[in-house]
Design a protein around this ligand. Structure first.
Ligand code: ADP
Ligand code: MG
Length: 740
């Protein structure tokens, strides 16, 4: 039988770049063509309905039934003109992907025929059969049914012949069964808290928006080669594979020329993404061979999250069309970089950006410092939780692997901001804010407009300040960004609310202080703000780290500072149930204890299942692919040895067979070691599977099953180097990783 691997390699080499149909219009013209955005609403909705929708989207006004009906009519008209026949509620269950159930517009017309119909009721709410989505027992505890409800702040869009309606997914008793519902609550919380703090500086601020700009990293592999790797197909990563002699050591892939086939894929993907309103901006090669990145322009966080989910599924589809498979796994290949998804996060008001130092007035600078410091306070207080929010069975392979941020959350601010905070912390109180005849005088150093040196970056930092935003770099490539954004926005909301409380109390205390008597303007207020800021700069200092995050010293130092240094994924999830976390989520009305508990069940269960599947695949491949091939090759060598004995005198034959005998022995040792360990792996699983408690089971899977896989892999990778290349059944790294 022909070797499947060689067939796959041949097929891959034969493939040519696809011809991409480029629209005749400019990108700015076809951008959002498949989105029912404001422009389309204006065109397809009666004026008063349009105005109401704007009020719903911008100010969170209630959507009443008559408006929904009118919107549905316009929406259907727009969609059918574009060839749409079906609609679906599109939501983000806890499985990390998206879910949809398509229904067609047709209904009986009562006269034996059919008619296309779409009402406000169908637009606003549906009851998908929710029983097969993970809920961590929420549904059995509370209420059997779940429903999806329209999120009017994220516009509907068209995929093929289907109108997709972004929705939240909740149980009938109100518990969130998805990512979007708690995200919307967290965004609301940060809006409320940040707006109040902004009003210290500018009473005209009405709204604070959280922004997200994600950078999606991914790998491409040829479809034929992918299909010849059961581990890639079933687990999304290679469970075995010896290093390619050449991988990323030449640093020749990063920002290099993009291969033609890949270029065609990217072009196609971008056109389709732009039509869906995803503002794609940047594309380039990444560090590892076959690794690439796509980044859009940042957007409001809820929309950005939807767009990322949409893009990930679009990528998969377009890649197949081009004869590729896209790998979103955080670590598809050992020995080279994995993929992340930097989450660039910032806050802005209806009047401007908050994390950018304008440098015009000391008050502006103080506002900038306030938002920097309170972000740090949130990150410091909830560093363990933030780590939990980005942790997964797959991302665990990447964090701390000397390529991505370590599994410790810290923040890098760059020299200028660090010095600014140190200055404020160390200066004498009265030096900073003096009440006097001239009113407030604040000695906050001038911050020039473009003050952040963009090259002053620390690539090892999980949460770095980069000029006008923080970059949360620990997020995994496969993750739903919502998870990180729920935790981060909540943590910042809590810090800002707490800040406001303390500042107000201090203003109250100094009410009768003669230094702040009438006529001195806002002095008491700014004095109070500075006081609290100085306190907080001291408190959150442990989170600031500008050094090398890859070093062992950092782990020891971080532990001394009281930061969370836990490495085990299932144990890291425990942070969601810490009293501090529960209190924060409950007080902000983002999630209840019950929801947190249920969601953690899902996390532990998912973790276990992922490791379980990997362990099974590895066991199967070891026994059915690797050992038989190695044994066959060993038999060939044995035959050669015995033929040599027939052809030469004993002593000479022995000498001539020396090398073969050594290989024969090594193959024996390695195959029996694999066999023994696979048996141990099966046993470890058997023991773990008996544990009923999901939390405990996940921990046992982490501690006993996962490490076994590493040592089995080690033996297999050695065999790959021993066995004749002509019989090796699985495409090798050097074949998978170099697209031509
Ligand atoms: P780099 O790879 O150098 O970090 P990229 O240009 O690839 O930068 O990506 C930066 C991302 O950050 C983009 O999505 C960009 O839109 C986003 N971004 C820029 N400014 C902000 C901001 N103020 N808030 C949020 N995201 C931002
Ligand atoms: Mg970046």
């Amino acid at each position: 039988m022909a070797n499947l691997r060689f067939q796959a390699v041949e097929k891959a080499l034969d493939k040519q770049p696809l011809e991409v149909k480029v629209p005749s219009e400019r990108p700015s013209e076809y951008f959002g063509k498949k989105v029912f955005n404001r422009e389309m609403m204006y065109k397809y909705l009666p004026k008063e309905v349009y105005d109401k929708m704007i009020d719903v989207m911008d100010n969170g006004a209630r959507l009443d039934r008559s408006v929904a009906d009118a919107v549905a009519v316009g929406m259907k008209k727009w969609a059918t003109e574009l060839g749409v026949t079906h609609y679906t509620h599109w939501f983000q269950p806890l499985t990390e992907g998206t879910a949809e159930k398509h229904d067609s517009f047709v209904e009986h017309n009562g006269k034996g025929g059919m008619v296309e119909e779409f009402s406000g009721k169908l637009l606003v709410q549906q009851e998908p059969d929710a029983s097969s989505f993970p809920s961590g027992g929420i549904r059995s505890t509370f209420e059997a049914r779940g429903y999806s409800a329209w999120d009017p702040t994220s516009p509907v869009f068209i995929i093929d012949d289907t109108l997709c309606i972004p929705t939240v997914f909740i149980s009938y008793s109100g518990e969130a069964l998805d990512y979007k519902a708690p995200l919307l609550r967290a965004l609301h919380a940060v809006n409320v808290a940040a707006t109040e703090v902004c009003r210290y500086f500018d009473p005209n601020v009405n709204k604070v928006t959280s922004n997200l700009g994600w950078e999606q990293e991914y790998f491409l592999v040829d479809d034929s080669l992918y299909s010849a790797r059961p581990d890639l197909v079933l687990t999304g990563r290679t469970l075995m594979g010896h290093d390619s002699a050449k991988n990323q050591q030449m640093d020749d892939h990063y920002f290099g020329t993009i291969p033609d086939r890949v270029q065609a894929f990217m072009k196609d993907l971008e056109i389709q993404a732009l039509e869906l309103g995803i503002p794609c901006k940047t594309r380039h090669n990444e560090v590892a061979p076959n690794q690439f990145e796509l980044a859009p322009i940042f957007e409001e966080t809820n929309l950005a999250v939807d767009h990322n989910m949409l893009l990930m599924s679009l990528m998969k589809k377009v890649a197949r069309h081009h004869g590729f498979r896209v790998l979103l796994h955080e670590k598809p290949f050992a020995g080279i970089n994995g993929s992340g998804k930097h989450n660039n996060w910032s806050l802005s008001t209806d009047t401007g950006v908050l994390l950018h130092a304008p440098g015009k007035t000391p008050e502006d600078n103080l506002r900038f410092v306030t938002f920097i410091v309170e972000t740090l306070m949130g990150v410091w207080r909830h560093n363990g939780l933030l780590k939990a929010s980005i942790m997964s069975a797959t991302n665990a392979h990447r964090l701390g692997a000397n390529e991505a941020p370590p599994a410790i959350i810290s923040s890098f601010l760059g020299k200028q901001v660090s010095q600014l905070l140190d200055h404020i912390e160390n200066a004498e109180k009265d030096q900073l804010a003096i009440a006097g005849k001239q009113g407030l005088k604040m000695d906050i150093p001038e911050i020039p407009e473009l003050f952040i040196d963009n090259t002053d970056r620390n690539r090892t930092s999980p949460f770095a300040f980069t000029g006008n935003r923080f970059e949360f770099r620990a997020v995994g490539s496969e993750a739903n960004c919502a998870s990180a954004m729920i935790a981060l926005n909540s943590a910042v909301a809590e810090a800002l609310a707490d800040f406001k409380k303390r500042v107000d109390a201090r203003i109250e205390e100094t009410r009768n202080d003669p230094r702040f008597a009438e006529g001195t303007g806002h002095t008491a207020k700014f004095h109070a703000i500075l006081d609290v800021i100085r306190e907080d700069i001291k408190t959150c200092k442990p989170i600031r780290f500008d050094g090398n995050g890859y070093s062992d010293e950092w782990v020891a130092e971080a532990e001394k500072r009281g930061l969370d240094v836990e490495k085990s994924c299932p144990r890291i999830f425990e942070r969601y149930l810490d009293e501090d976390s529960v209190r924060m989520f409950e007080s902000l009305k983002v999630m209840t204890r019950k929801e947190l508990e249920a969601r953690n069940e899902v996390k532990w269960e998912t973790y276990t299942k992922k490791i379980q599947i990997e362990a099974r695949v590895l066991g199967d491949l070891s026994m059915n692919h690797i050992i038989p091939v190695a044994t066959r090759y060993q038999s060939q060598l044995l035959q050669n040895v015995s033929h040599t004995r027939g052809a030469f005198p004993t002593e000479k034959a022995a000498r001539l067979s020396e090398r073969n005998l050594k290989i024969i022995e090594e193959i024996s040792e390695r195959t029996s070691s694999i066999e023994k360990q696979v048996e141990e792996l099966v046993n470890a699983r058997r023991v773990a599977n008996k544990i009923a408690d999901e939390h405990e089971k996940a921990i046992v899977y982490h501690d006993t099953v996962a490490p076994k896989m590493e040592s089995i892999r080690y033996e297999i990778d050695k065999l790959e180097m021993l066995v004749d290349d002509a019989c090796w059944p699985l495409p090798k790294y050097r074949e998978l990783l170099f697209i031509r």
